[in-house]
Ligand binder design. Structure first.
Ligand SMILES: CC(C)(COP(=O)(O)OP(=O)(O)OC[C@H]1O[C@@H](n2cnc3c(N)ncnc32)[C@H](O)[C@@H]1OP(=O)(O)O)[C@@H](O)C(=O)NCCC(=O)NCCS
Length: 212
């Protein structure tokens, strides 16, 4: 950890909706529950997610947890952002950023999208916006992404984003009744800066508090 940075900086909340390339990212709202359930309930969408296809009651619990966590205040938290696409305000997917609990300049990205918008570059646009947010707004140094080795669409998306396959962990986790092999991807801030073609600031944190 560089010595000239605060121990645990607290980022300011981005201005929402966070707009980019035809998509808008914003915090999940209680009213989104039906739209979220429409895709989280599908077996093909849930296939490589940690949970089974969700009943409405499960989605209500998930959305309520997301609503209660709408900005980063402490490392280890998750920020689950709804994605809107085109003229509609209906949620078509989610991008989640997880702030690493141990190293405040590191995080993880996750994503889930409705089958209706898959195969169109919507997930790519939303994840690009989320990585911009992670590197430019939260000033992370490194973002990681993990997928089931059989999840070719997830692997293709992370590769398309410029993330590097760094490791394959064979039968490293137990999920849905079987051992699963995990692929770990990552990208650094300087690599994202090169891909995006502009310099990124070293830090954008406005407030901080020290914790020993
Ligand atoms: C993983 C997931 C988000 C990928 O979504 P996706 O729509 O395939 O991803 P992209 O947005 O990158 O779209 C890529 C496709 O759109 C096409 N495309 C069209 N326009 C495009 C554009 N402007 N930019 C990028 N891709 C574009 C690409 O050619 C590609 O097509 P292909 O699949 O035929 O090769 C999606 O499959 C999903 O939600 N799965 C279920 C949940 C899940 O498994 N999440 C990951 C857990 S680790």
């Amino acid at each position: 950890m560089p010595s000239d940075v605060p121990d645990i900086p607290v980022p300011a909340q981005p201005a929402y909706p966070y707009k980019a390339d035809g998509v808008r990212l914003r915090p999940i709202l209680p009213a989104d529950v039906r739209a979220v359930n429409a895709y989280r309930s599908l077996p093909e969408v849930a296939r490589y997610l940690p949970h089974p296809p969700q009943a409405m009651a499960d989605t209500e619990l998930s959305v309520s947890a997301m609503v209660s966590q709408q900005n980063f205040t402490t490392p280890g938290q998750w920020l689950d952002l709804a994605v809107e696409h085109g003229p509609s305000a209906e949620v078509v997917g989610e991008v989640v950023l997880k702030w690493d609990a141990e190293n405040w300049q590191r995080g993880e990205i996750g994503f889930v999208f409705s089958s209706d918008v898959q195969g169109q570059g919507v997930a790519f646009a939303a994840c690009t916006a989320a990585l911009d947010m992670a590197f430019e707004h939260f000033s992370w140094h490194r973002v990681e992404g993990i997928c089931d080795a059989r999840n070719n669409k997830s692997a293709a998306l992370m590769t398309r984003l410029g993330m590097r396959l760094e490791a394959t962990f064979v039968e490293a986790d137990w999920s849905k009744g079987e051992w699963i092999t995990l692929r770990h991807y990552a990208i650094l801030k300087r690599e994202w800066s090169l891909l995006r073609g502009h310099d990124l600031p070293n830090t954008t944190y406005r407030t901080q508090h020290a914790k020993k």
